[in-house]
Every structure is written in C-alpha cells, then in structure tokens.
Unconditional design. Structure first.
Length: 747
C-alpha cells in the first residue's frame, strides 16, 4: 500500500504488517475499535480502507487528501468518511436498493460535516425563532443556517439525530402533536403552576407532583430563594418529587393550594393561596386542554403526558399560566380525562393500546430469535382475545413448548404484583388452552400454565396435581421435568429430584449439587398405612415408601436454605423484581448490565431479599404445604433472627467457630466448616447465625467488616436496610479513586 495512504489510515505504519492484505487491515481496525464499543464500526472502516487502497471509487482518497490538506485531523477525516459510508449502507438495508455510487460520491464532496457544537446550537436557536416550527421545516432552516445545500443528505441526518437528542426528557426541546417543535425553557418562562398539598406531603415536608408540576421536571438544579438547594428525587413509583430543608414549606398544611414558580436561574418561589382566593374552574381553559389532548391522542391512540398538555396550551397562548389556575390534575378531571402517573387518557382502549405497545417492545427486546418473538406475541394476543378459536390456541400451544417463550408469556400475563385480575385472566386463558389441547405435548403446556396459576393463588397442592399430569403427558419435556424436580426437592424427596434434574443435563447444577448427597439416606421403618414422615398427609405406602428418609435436621440446613432461594429464582413476578432491585444495589456499577448479572451470584442478594425483603415469609406461605413439618418449624425460627456483626472469639478448624454478637455481647457456637478453615480470632463478619435444631449455623450471605465500620453496618442491620447492605458489599469491591491534587498529582 502507498505509504501516504497507510499513514492516513493507521497513523504510524505498523512494522511487519502487509497492509496490501485486506484481512490484515481489518484486523488492525478491530483491535483499534472493540466491537462492543461501536458495533460494525471496524468493518465499515475496513471498507473505507479497501476503497482507498483500490481507488474504488477514487474520490474517497481524493476527498481524504483534500480534507487533511485543510488542516483537519486524519482521525476526524476517517471518522467522517465512515459516517458517510454508514449512511448509505443503512439506506441500502432500509430500502432494499442497490448502491448509488453517484450519490455516494456527491456526499463525499460535501464533507467536512459542520462543527458538532455549531450544529447543536443552531437547532434550539431555530426553534426559539419560531416556536411550534414543523420538524421537517426545522431541518431545512438549520441546513440553511449552517450554509449547507438542501440536498446535503449526510448533514441532514446529523441534524435529525441532534433533534432526537435534544427532545430527550432532560433536553431543551419537546415535540408536540402535529410535528410541532417547541423550546421548553422559553415557553415555560415565568409560568405559575399550582399543587394541593396532601397529608403525607405536609407531614414529610416534600412535594410529589409529577403531574401538576410536570412543567418544571426538566429542571434539576433548583434552589430556594435563600440559596438552599432542593433535592429533586424519584420515588419507586416513578413519581418525581422535591425535598427541601426543614420548614421549607412554611406554615402550609394538608389541603393548602400552593403556587409555584421557577426562575431562569432555578430559584423556586412557593406561596400558599388563601382558600378565599382559590381560582375557579375556567371552562374555556378546560375546553382548550381537552382540544390539546384530542390533538395528541388522535394518531398514536396512546396516553398523553402532562407536560405536553401544558406546552400545547402555552404555544397557543403564552399567558395561559401567568396567573394561578386550578391544579393540572383538576383541570384534566374536568376535561373528562383519567390520570395514571404523569399521563392521561379518555378511554380504556388508550391504556390498552399503550400496554400492547410496551408489551411488543418487551418481546422484541427479550427475544433474538424471530420465531420465538412471533410465538410470544401470538400467545399474548390470544390471551387477550377470549374469542380465539381452537386453531389459534393449538398454534399457541405449539409455540409455548419452547421453555423461554413459556416462561416469558407466563410472567407477562401474571405480572409483577400478583393482582387478582391478572391471576383470574391467566387462569381463563389456561383453561381455554386446556380445552384445545389434545396431544400429550399440548396437554403438558396447558397443565404447566395451570400449575403456575395455582402457585400464584398460593395453592401448591393443586399446582402439584397439574404438574404431575403435565409430567405424565410429556415425561421428557424440560419445563415439566425441572418444575417437578423442584417440587420433589421441596417435599424432601432427594432421589426423585436428583434423577429428574440429571435427566435434563443442565449446566446450572446448584439444585442438583444440594440434593445429591441425600439420595441414599437410609429408609425409615414405618407401617405402610401410617402417615408419611414428610407431612404430605398421604399414607406412607402412597408417598415415600421405598424412598430415602430425611437426614437429621442440622444436616439439611443448606438444603432448606436452597429451597427458599430456588423459590425466589423460579417463582417469577414480584420475586424476580425484588431480586433485580437487590442485584442493582449490589452491583459495583448499577448501570452496567454485566455488573448486575455478576451481582446475582453473590449470596447476599438472595439473602437480603429473603430476610430484609420479607420473602422468607412468602416462601412459607406459598410452599409451606409441600415442606416437611420440621422444616417449616425451623424456617419459622429463622425469620426473627436479625443479621448482625460478629467478632470471631474462637476458631475450631474444620468444625466451627465461637462468635460474639457485637450488638448484644451474646456468644454463640456455630457449626461452620469453610469459614473455620480461614477465620482468625478478632476478625469481624456480618452474617446471620440461625438455629439448626441442635446448635447454630450461618446461612445466606456474609461479608467481612473492616475494624471501625462495625457500628455503621450494625445500624443498617438493625434498620433492616437490605438495599444499603448490598451497596455496602458493593463498596468492598469498588476501589477508591486516588484524589488528584496540585501538590501530589497521582500517576
């Protein structure tokens, strides 16, 4: 390859590399740009390199030389060449059209692209000059302002991307119905919004007004007139709120109507409106608000956000909120709109359409395989359509034979809150599937779904009967085998559980590893007609005859705890949501999906969900009838035991330790093998030592506590702060960042 071309593409020419070899060039780009950072970017740069090396088309190298000659950095030039190629590649894929070399070359000659900062400033300036400007017209105005030709397709795409970025939730622009673009800060300057203080808000000294105060929620740098900052926070429900210093709401109490303004500098002014001066309902304003809603809902048929309603009203008349009005929630109610969160709708079909849209995106996000996506969507649509015929239902049954599709659909239908409505509607769907099922595989699917519905109703014995029919219908079908093994394990039938799990040849063997040691426990000597030892209520001959009996209770502690953990992992719904929340708290970087997945492997996540999150009680409520009676008694004894900080007092290697509870001074002998091999006298650990029927054992997650930190950790334990405990564990793996000072720069 020509040396000038090589220097342009790679900077310093690599020694010993044959740059005439396209594969070598591709390898160099892959090493320079990891695929996880910019997918396909290295491949596109390889194409640019091939075009330059082969002069096909020659204009690529000509333009590159010209731009570098103007003093533009070679890296910037290479990036812009690649952006141009990206645009035309996407066009080919989207339009299924052939490569247009003439258009490609014409776009090359329009490089370089405008300065990103200039373009980013030009977009809001154009909107400020013409509030409500049409989106397409906005792009052309900005193109002209940047001195670009109307057919500059690459710059046009750049501007379109900038517009998309600027209309994000915290951006300066908003897009209203009719493709109208507005500048939020300019449009809302000086407005006064009202909010009626609730009992909870008055008592806690906060304002939760996502809806009434939606106009202000793009601002997070707020202060009181005296300069005291206001904490802008988000509640678990998604509602946003303001929290100020003590007394910041003055003498305002429950039911008081507050008028709020936010200055350009972010200063919040709050005043209480006397009851005698409260505004009356303005029917003209109500009619205008309903018209704004109708414009917004007409095409997408989706709920409308509060902010859009306010912005539409202000675009029509900038003086609309110059004076206090009724709270926005009251105005919407007067306009016949129902509010949920920060959105409103006039009809249930609008909410249903939103849920269908969200569900579709969840399906697309969850499944990579097209067939799985189609199967999941078909099942969800059939569940919502009670008139779906047998042909459709049999197709659904076929699609649900795939384990991942089955689990996803069940979770979607049952939801995360175990609502009675969701359980009942899913049960009706399961019954319709059962009626349509004729073949063994179809019966297994329908019975499996009936089983899960019964589980959510807290009827595990009913669920077990459905599951047994499913397993009899399809003895090798993975979902039935796995769930049947789970039930056998909870029953104390280690042999059956192990045999079933082994038949799956699964990679995750945590459950199998726990039950295998108990397969060959000696059989108990009971009369055939005596009640079975497992507590099932059945006769011994119909239950555990010729199966191993249970070992002593202390030997089963790990197995019992695993049953509770497996319940959390397999149940779905609210249990899965709880685990995700604790995993996010445990993750070193809660915004990194890989860190969150890694956090699931830390026992502290499940342990906090079970203990601080209250899922041990749910475990007994939902699985208790399956458990041997002595295990129910033992787990019940575990629940009051709080997590605490222990000091290691004595170590008996391979046998156990003696610990002192730092909070109470009480000492305990704990049977513990692994810790006793490594523990040192005087060391501190955060853990839970629970009774095992004879002595005590540690269960769940434990972690070391640094000397001097024991009181902080104890406070979290005593308050039952599971999320904060997970964050404390995450901090142990998050190394401190050296401080950069002028006197002592860190290398």
């Amino acid at each position: 390859m020509d040396e000038a071309k090589a220097r342009f593409l790679f900077g310093e020419v690599p020694d010993g590399m044959d740059l005439d070899d396209a594969d070598v060039r591709a390898l160099l780009f892959e090493e320079a740009v990891p695929s996880e950072d910019r997918p396909a970017w290295a491949a596109l740069q390889s194409v640019i390199a091939n075009q330059i090396a082969d002069d096909t088309p020659a204009e690529v190298w000509q333009v590159a030389q010209d731009l570098v000659g103007r003093g533009i950095d070679r890296g910037v030039v290479l990036e812009q060449l690649t952006l141009n190629l990206t645009f035309f590649t996407r066009r080919i894929l989207a339009e299924q059209s052939p490569f247009d070399e003439a258009a490609y070359v014409a776009a090359l000659h329009r490089l370089p692209l405008p300065d990103p900062d200039d373009a980013a400033a030009a977009v809001p300036d154009a909107v400020l000059a013409c509030q409500g400007i049409d989106g397409d017209h906005l792009v052309h105005v900005v193109l002209a302002g940047l001195g670009r030709e109307p057919d500059d397709v690459l710059t046009e795409e750049l501007i379109s991307h900038l517009v998309d970025d600027l209309v994000e939730d915290d951006g300066p622009l908003a897009l209203l119905a009719g493709d109208r673009m507005v500048h939020v800060g300019d449009l809302t300057a000086g407005v006064v919004m009202t909010h009626r203080l609730s009992d909870t808000e008055a008592r806690l000294g906060m304002i939760v007004g996502t809806f009434d105060l939606a106009t202000f929620w793009r601002r997070d740098d707020l202060t009181l007139p005296d300069g005291t900052p206001i904490d802008v926070y988000e509640e678990e429900s998604g509602d946003l709120g303001w929290r100020g210093r003590e007394g910041w709401l003055g003498a305002s109490g429950p039911g008081d109507l507050l008028a709020l303004r936010v200055s350009d500098a972010g200063v919040v002014s709050i005043s209480a409106i006397p009851a005698s001066d409260e505004p009356e309902t303005d029917q003209g304003l109500v009619a205008r608000l309903r018209a704004a809603y109708d414009r917004a809902v007409e095409e997408p048929w989706l709920p409308v956000e509060a902010e859009e309603l306010v912005l539409d009203l202000l675009l029509e008349d900038r003086t609309t909120f110059d004076i206090p009005r009724l709270p926005l929630a009251d105005l919407c109610a007067a306009a016949g709109l129902q509010r949920r969160g920060d959105e409103v709708a006039h009809d249930q079909s609008v909410w249903d359409n939103e849920e269908a849209s969200l569900r579709m995106w969840r399906v697309i996000h969850h499944f990579e395989d097209k067939e799985d996506r189609l199967a999941a969507m078909e099942a969800l649509e059939a569940a919502a359509d009670e008139s779906a015929d047998a042909v459709v239902l049999k197709s659904v049954l076929k699609g649900l034979q795939t384990h991942e599709v089955l689990i996803f659909v069940a979770d979607e239908l049952l939801g995360g809150d175990d609502s009675k409505e969701a359980i009942e509607s899913t049960d009706r769907f399961a019954q319709r599937l059962l009626q349509a099922a004729k073949r063994p595989a179809e019966i297994a699917v329908a019975r499996w779904l009936c089983c899960v519905v019964a589980e959510r109703r807290r009827e595990p014995l009913v669920a077990e009967r459905h599951l047994q029919i499913a397993l009899n219908s399809a003895p090798s079908w993975g979902p039935a085998v796995d769930r049947a093994a789970w039930y056998a394990s909870d029953r104390g039938d280690a042999r059956t559980a192990a045999q079933l799990w082994r038949s799956l040849d699964a990679e995750d063997t945590r459950d199998l590893d726990v039950v295998e040691p108990f397969e060959d426990t000696p059989t108990r000597l009971l009369g055939r007609n005596q009640p079975c030892w497992c507590g099932s209520g059945r006769k011994y001959k119909n239950c555990h005859l010729n199966r191993p009996a249970l070992p002593p209770l202390p030997d089963r502690v790990a197995w019992i705890y695993r049953k509770a953990a497996a319940f959390l992992e397999r149940r779905g719904g609210a249990a899965e949501l709880a685990l995700v929340e604790y995993a996010q708290a445990r993750a070193v970087d809660p915004d990194d999906d890989d860190d969150i997945l890694e956090a699931f492997d830390d026992p502290i996540v499940i342990d906090c969900a079970l203990t601080e999150g209250g899922w041990f009680q749910r475990f007994l409520d939902e699985r208790g009838p399956l458990l041997p009676e002595d295990e129910v008694t033992l787990v019940t004894a575990w629940m009051p035991v709080r997590r605490t900080v222990y000091e290691i007092v004595e170590v008996r290697p391979g046998t156990g330790v003696t610990v002192r509870d730092v909070a109470t001074g009480d000492q305990l002998d704990v049977h513990e093998q692994s810790l006793s091999e490594e523990a040192q006298v005087g060391g501190l650990i955060c853990a839970r030592a629970v009774p095992d029927g004879e002595s005590h054992q540690f269960i769940g997650g434990m972690f070391p506590v640094a000397p001097g930190k024991e009181l902080d950790i104890l406070a979290l334990c005593e308050d039952g702060e599971g999320y904060e405990l997970c964050e404390a564990v995450a901090a142990l793996q998050d190394p401190p960042v050296p401080e950069d000072t002028e006197d002592e720069p860190w290398p």
